[in-house]
Structures are given as C-alpha cells and as structure tokens.
Write a protein that binds this ligand. Sequence first.
Ligand code: URA
Length: 234
Amino acid sequence: MRLDKFLCETLGATRKEATRIIKSGTVTVDGVKTKVTSVKVTDDSTVEWDGRELKFHGPRYIMLFKPDGYVCSHEDSTHPSALSLLDEVNLEKLHFAGRLDVDTTGLVLITDDGQWSHKITSPKRKCAKTYRVWLADPIGADYAEKLEAGIQLKSEKDLTMPAVMEIVDEEEHELLLTIHEGKYHQVKRMFAALGNKVEGLHRAQIGGLGLDYSLEPGEYRYLTEEEVEAVFGE
Ligand code: URA
C-alpha cells in the first residue's frame, strides 16, 4: 500500500491531508524519514508520525477514569469533553457506552463498537451499574427497602427497577447503590425522591467490570479481551 493511503486509513485523513503530513517531514518508515507519498508500506513496516506508531486497529474498547468537570458528549459549550482526555486518532468515531453527569467521577467506557455499547446501555439488558454515593443528610433506615421495591421518579410512568443499597459509612452518609437501568440523572433523582440530596457520585463498576484504580482521574487504558466480555457478567 502507498504511504499516503496508509495514513488515510490509519488516521482517517483525506488524501490531501495525508500528503501535507508526509511533505512536512514528520513521517518515518522503518525509522527513515520520508517525504515521498508513494513509498510502499507492507504489513511488516513500522510507520511513525511525530514519533508515534500508526497502526490499523480493530474496534477500540477504552476504560476512562472520568474526573469531575468533563462531559460525556462530543461537544459542550461550557465544559471540556471527556474525549479530550484521550490521546487517540479518529476521536469522532468513538462514543460513550453510557454517560456520567459533568460532576460525577469514575468508570466510563468508550468505544467505536456500537453493538457492544448497545448491549451495555439497552434497558432490556439490565446491565448492573454500581455507584458510590455521598448524601447530604443521614441514610434513612427505610432506604434499602424502598430502593429494592422501586422508586417513583418525577415525570416517569414506571417505578425504578429493584436497586441494591449497601451502607459504606453511616457517619459520612456514604453508600453503594447498584441499579440496572440508566435514566437521566437517575441516582440523583432516586435520592431526591427519598427527600435527600446526592452531594458526591462516583461510578465504580459496570456489569462485571470494575474501575482500575491504578488509573488516576483523567487517565485511561484499553480493555483486555476478557474485560470486553466481563462487562456482561455480574
Ligand atoms: N445517576 C446520576 O444521577 N448521575 C450520573 O452521572 C449517573 C447516574
């Protein structure tokens, strides 16, 4: 394959952009700088742009430790996109497999595999999500029972699906909540319906996949093949 075509395919660049990049002298093939767009590239070639190896890749499955202050959308007028934390090519091809609010931290999955993300977000699949929650007021003695029975949220027809609550620290009003759906601001609305207020929210787990706490807030990594499947486990 010609070098310019290789850049088009790995970077999602147009032929004109690929030509400009190559002519700028920032591309090497097997360690040798080249400005020739027609240079042949084989499966065994190592192509680098600005010191970064360009590769064909299959579907991407990414775990991000979302920090406070970032939105889970491509664009927003007031906050930066969580995608801006990724040092990846073709960002426009990626999407969020379930969103978090701007002030919620924790596990966000990002992919370009629409079938995979649909299985995570579809209400029919009832994929579990576990949140660490900090409440403004004490945890009510009846909360666990009420959350298990289902909560009537404002402007919703049906009760929420059974949720499991576990107290982490009574004095700090801290608990873990596992839900099996993902309505807009769901956790905040559930506790509002119970007369309390969520002051801090962090997603720790999706299905059988927990956040890797060796990542710092703002860092990300690719999922292993096992993890791509683990998300559908409990
Ligand atoms: N529920 C919320 O209220 N906010 C989130 O970010 C996630 C779940």
